[in-house]
Structure formats: structure tokens, C-alpha cells
Design a protein around this ligand. Structure first.
Ligand code: PEP
Ligand code: MG
Length: 538
């Protein structure tokens, strides 16, 4: 049994598919049976050719022939008799295993290309390395998930999954995922909870502990993984899954119940979403509102920025589907672990402390204004509230508000409708904002505490790093003090205070948050019902 970090609840039993070709470590072995080693090499060439043909066809369909051309040169290398001949010769002459022979030959080939003057030819060196990696992966039985048709009951195993990788997982086939790195509040873990599939992250070496086709049990409640279990263990977990599903079913009776604490305070239990269609899941789970719309997901998995019109449609759709219920939409929070392929940002030593979120938006008003105009226009169609991320000072909030006012003026001149009285709030996710909450509360309409970041900045413990996840403690007294201060500061000025970090749905934290008087709890849709139950018991 392997222990990692429980990232998304539930149980799954399925077949491993390793995503990403990992660096396969090549060790030299002396061999006797030259013929069968050559045969292994030939088989891996054939398998690679088959995979590349499929990838090329898919790429042609989805990205056009010019983008797919890169696979052409990869296939040419596979078909090059000189290349294959050189590997065969190395196996025969040096009596070494196919992996080592391939590594020797491809290093030599790549070296020749890379030493050439011509840039085009130098790039061919990268092609050689790429193809060799694939052949090696086939020799080792570790194939990229991209290159294989996924089957039902697939458990994706990867070193790491980017948020967009996670968003793209086909839920009809992928029933769970496991990664070497990451923490409970890394965005791939948050996405897993949105997808409602179990996930265990921070397993260190899961990619080398399993191979394609292995059967594994994923226990997303405990954060454990069992590789190739025996029949009894499978039965035991099937039973656990049943109990878990039953409990989930039971909680459904709370869907339309209004959440009131023991002391009689009515609180809002809301959902966090990444795209407009996620509202359905929030409503199905009895959510009173959208407490956080992470708009950066609208900007991902595409080749260019979404236009004002596209964004307007997305926000309008969301507020209309929520039919008058509050929808807090956060402006672009790119940077940290969320990147855009078409907006190259400089490499940074500390991306979570760097050029991201509101900092980037205030610097790139061209990008910021497109979004603000779309948000304002959508505010005419429902209960939309705007929230700025990563605010560290009052000046920053006032600057953001100034840009928003400019957009309001523009829209007025253009005769476009918006709600001039819409609420404008901030995320309190930088300790400085929590410490200065009394000041900020005079200017904002609401706070939403972003504990995912607030915890990592307060405790200097990277939310993505599994090695120090023991330090990442939502119940640390320093974190609790900042939360209490923020809620009290808001109330003193007659403003409301919510929380949209994962802590809002944390069963251990809920009683304390109720005691502090938190007004709104916003979380992954799958956690809403359990949270409602706990809030009502406290
Ligand atoms: C947070 O930091 O708590 C938060 C909700 O924002 P994100 O997880 O997107 O950084
Ligand atoms: Mg954050």
C-alpha cells in the first residue's frame, strides 16, 4: 500500500494508464540472445509507429496539417533503415540490451544534428530525442496516455497534471488519478473535486511503482493506493465504496434545506466553479450561490485570449442559470501554477510570489479591461459581483477600482447596460490584506478569504510541495487569527465575509469557522452537502 495526500474523495478500482513518457532510466545489460533483443527493438519500433500514426491523424483533424507535420519527421526516423540498422549493429557487436543500444545511437545522431549550423537541422536533434524517448518507453512498457485510446475504468498516473490536463480528462473513462507531486490545494486536486473523481497526489514515485495495465485501488478518502490487490481486498473496497455512495445519497435530503447554525445564523453555502457549465453541479448539490468563479479556466486550452464578446456570453450564461442567486466572479488569476500557452511569462524563481493575478492585470490593462467590460455588461443579467485576487494593499484595490470605473464610463458612453451598484470585493489571501482588513473593509463591499494561498504565505509552506505538506496546516493558530481578524473587520464595517479556499469545505475546520461568524462558505460542489450538514450541527 502506498500513502499520499488525499486530494479528492471516493473509491475507484481500475487499470493504470501512465500519462507522460517519463524519463526511462537506461541501464546497460549484457545479453546473449542477440536475435530476441533485436526482435524487442523491432516490436517497440512498430508500436511507436502505430501510436504516432494515430497521434498524427488526431492532430491533423484538431490542429491542421501544418501543426501535424512535426510527427511526419518523427515517423521518418522510425522508418530510416540506417537508424534502425545502427541500433541492431550496436546490439550485435556490443552484446548489449536494446535500451542501451538505442540510447547510444540516438545520442550520437542527436549530437550530429545539434552540431550543425542550420537551425532547421539543429531542431532535428530534438526530434531524434523525442522519438527515442517514445521507443524507450515502449521497450519499458510505459506509454504516454496521449498516445493511447483510453478505455473505460482508466486510472491516470502521472508525475504531475497541470490544471488544464486535469480539466481535459474524459470523465466517461477516467475514474481516478494519481500523481507523484502536488498538495491538497494544488489546482489539479481542486479540479479532481470538481470532476468528482477520487485522486491521491504527492505519492512521490507512483509513476515508477506501477506499469500500464496494472490494477489499482484508489482510496481518495485516506489518500492510499493499493497496487494489484488480491480478490479479498477488492471485495473489501467495493464494500467501502458502497457505504460511501450510500452516505452521499443520504445527504441529498439537504439539497433544498436552508443552512442555519445552531445559534440561528443563516449562512450561505456556495460552490466554486471554473467554467459556466459547472453551475449545474453546484445547483444539483444545493448550492446557494457561486462563491468563486475562477475565470482563468476560460483563458486556458486555446490559442488566444477570449474576446470581450466570448467572455460576456460566458458570464451572462452563468448569472442567468443561477437565476438571481449571487455569483462572485474573480478577475483573471493567472501565474503561479496556472499558465497560458499564448501569454509567455518570464521564468521566475518564485512564481507564487511573482508576476500574477492582479499584479499582471494592473500591468496589462489591455487584457484587464476586456474582462472588466465583459463582467460589467453581464451584470445587467443577474446577481453578479466582481472580486479581485491577490490584493496586498489598499492602493492596489483602489487602482483596480479605477480601471473598473474607466470601463463603466466607456460603457455608459457607448450606451451599454450594466449594474452600476454591483458589489466589488477582494480575496483576502495575502497575510498583509488580513492584517490590514480593518482598513480595507471601509472600501470594499465584501471579503472572500482565499485560504489556499493565505495558508501557504502565512506558514511559508508551498501549497504544491508534498514534502512539506505536514506544515501546511489550516488550523495553525496564526492562520486562525488572520481569519478571525478578517471576519471581525468586515462585520465592524457592516460588510459580509466569505471563504472560497478549500478550508471552507474542510470538515475539521467548519466548527471553528461557524464560531467565528463566517457568512458564506464556498467550496467544490461535491463538498457542499456534507458542509451543510456540519454547519447545521454547529
Ligand atoms: C485561494 O487561494 O484560496 C483561492 C481560492 O484561489 P486559488 O486556489 O485559485 O489560488
Ligand atoms: Mg489564490
Amino acid at each position: 500500500m502506498k500513502k499520499g495526500i488525499a486530494a479528492s474523495k471516493g473509491y475507484a478500482i481500475g487499470k493504470v494508464l501512465i500519462k507522460e513518457v517519463n524519463e526511462v532510466k537506461v541501464e546497460e545489460r549484457k545479453i546473449e540472445d542477440v536475435q530476441s533483443e533485436k526482435e524487442r527493438f523491432k516490436k517497440s519500433l512498430d508500436a511507436s509507429r502505430e501510436q504516432l500514426t494515430k497521434i498524427k491523424e488526431k492532430a491533423e483533424k484538431e490542429m491542421g496539417a501544418d501543426k501535424a507535420a512535426v510527427f511526419e519527421s518523427h515517423m521518418m526516423l522510425l522508418d530510416d533503415p540506417e537508424f534502425a540498422g545502427a541500433v541492431d549493429m550496436a546490439i550485435e557487436n556490443d552484446k548489449i540490451n536494446a535500451e542501451k543500444a538505442l540510447e547510444n545511437v540516438s545520442t550520437m545522431y542527436a549530437g550530429i544534428f545539434e552540431a550543425m549550423e542550420d537551425e532547421y537541422m539543429r531542431e532535428r536533434g530534438a526530434d531524434v530525442k523525442d522519438v527515442s524517448k517514445r521507443i524507450l518507453a515502449n521497450l519499458a512498457g510505459k506509454i504516454s496516455a496521449d498516445s493511447e485510446e483510453m478505455v473505460a475504468n482508466t486510472i491516470v498516473v502521472a508525475h504531475d497534471l497541470t490544471p488544464s490536463d486535469t480539466a481535459q480528462l474524459d470523465k466517461s473513462k477516467v475514474i481516478a488519478f494519481l500523481t507523484n507531486i502536488g498538495g491538497r490545494t494544488s489546482h489539479s486536486a481542486i479540479m479532481a473535486r470538481t470532476l468528482e473523481i477520487p485522486a491521491v497526489v504527492g505519492l512521490n514515485d507512483i509513476t515508477t511503482s506501477v506499469k500500464n495495465g496494472d490494477i489499482v485501488i484508489v482510496d481518495g478518502n485516506e489518500g492510499t493506493v493499493i497496487i494489484n490487490p488480491n480478490e479479498n481486498t477488492v471485495k473489501e473496497y467495493e464494500a467501502k465504496r458502497e457505504v460511501y455512495e450510500k452516505e452521499k445519497e443520504e445527504l441529498k435530503k439537504l439539497i433544498s434545506v436552508k443552512t442555519v447554525t445552531k445559534a440561528g445564523k443563516r449562512v450561505e453555502v456556495a460552490g466554486n466553479i471554473g467554467k459556466p457549465e459547472d453551475v449545474y453541479q453546484v445547483l444539483e448539490n444545493g448550492g446557494d450561490a457561486i462563491g468563486l468563479f475562477r475565470t482563468e479556466f476560460l483563458y486556458m486550452d486555446r490559442d488566444d485570449m477570449p474576446t470581450e464578446e466570448e467572455q460576456f456570453e460566458a458570464y451572462k450564461y452563468t448569472v442567468e442559470k443561477m437565476a438571481g442567486k449571487p455569483v462572485v466572479i474573480r478577475t483573471l488569476d493567472i501565474g503561479g501554477d496556472k499558465k497560458l500557452s499564448y501569454l509567455p511569462l518570464p521564468e521566475e524563481m518564485n512564481p507564487f510570489l511573482g508576476y500574477r493575478a492582479i499584479r499582471l492585470c494592473l500591468d496589462r490593462k489591455d487584457i484587464f479591461k476586456v474582462q472588466l467590460r465583459a463582467l460589467l455588461r453581464a451584470s445587467a443579467f443577474g446577481n453578479l459581483k466582481i472580486m479581485f485576487p491577490m490584493i496586498s494593499s489598499l492602493e492596489e484595490f483602489l487602482q483596480a477600482k479605477k480601471v473598473l470605473n474607466e470601463c463603466m464610463e466607456e460603457l455608459k458612453k457607448e450606451g451599454k447596460e450594466f449594474n452600476p451598484g454591483l458589489e466589488i470585493g477582494i480575496m483576502v489571501e495575502i497575510p498583509a490584506a488580513a492584517v490590514c482588513a480593518d482598513d480595507l473593509a471601509k472600501y470594499v463591499d465584501f471579503f472572500s478569504i482565499g485560504t489556499n494561498d493565505l495558508i501557504q504565505y502565512t506558514l511559508a509552506a508551498d501549497r504544491m510541495n508534498e514534502k512539506i505538506s505536514y506544515l501546511y496546516n489550516p488550523m495553525h493558530p496564526a492562520v486562525l487569527k488572520l481569519i478571525k481578524m478578517t471576519i471581525e473587520a468586515a462585520h465592524k464595517e457592516g460588510k459580509w465575509c466569505g471563504m472560497c479556499g478549500e478550508m471552507a469545505g474542510d470538515e475539521k475546520a467548519i466548527p471553528t469557522l461557524v464560531e467565528y461568524g463566517l457568512d458564506e462558505f464556498s467550496m467544490s460542489a461535491s463538498s457542499i452537502l456534507k458542509a451543510k450538514q456540519l454547519i447545521m450541527e454547529n
